[in-house]
Design a binder for this molecule. Structure first.
Ligand code: SF4
Length: 101
């Protein structure tokens, strides 16, 4: 029925393998709830913290534990980006209001 899609590199995700972190400026870590504080260029998302490709950016505490990764607020993003307004209830309300006749 459907021809099996051949995997092509043009369909693969961009960014680092584990977290998908990329700095291409299309979305912004500045909009994400996972920064240490608003306006601070440190990510605290648990998967980003263990991404081996971001090891050089890890911020470690005295005991050696990783408690942050330096990111770019303006050009960085990853597959875990979550904007504060991206709330499923708000989305459902929006869809309901948009489809109301
Ligand atoms: S977009 Fe990803 S890397 Fe950037 S702050 Fe959010 S979770 Fe961290």
């Amino acid at each position: 029925m459907f021809e099996k899609t051949k995997f092509d590199s043009k369909y693969s995700e961009a960014g680092t393998l584990v977290a998908g972190y990329i700095e291409n400026g299309k979305q912004h870590c500045a909009d994400c709830i996972h920064t240490k504080e608003k306006g601070v260029n440190i990510c605290v998302h648990p998967v980003v913290l263990v991404d081996p490709e971001l090891k050089a950016r890890q911020i470690k505490s005295a005991d050696g534990s990783v408690n942050g990764v330096t990111i770019s607020l303006e050009r960085g993003c990853c597959r875990f980006v979550k904007k504060p307004w991206r709330n499923p209830h708000k989305l459902l309300n929006y869809i309901a209001s948009a489809t109301k006749e």
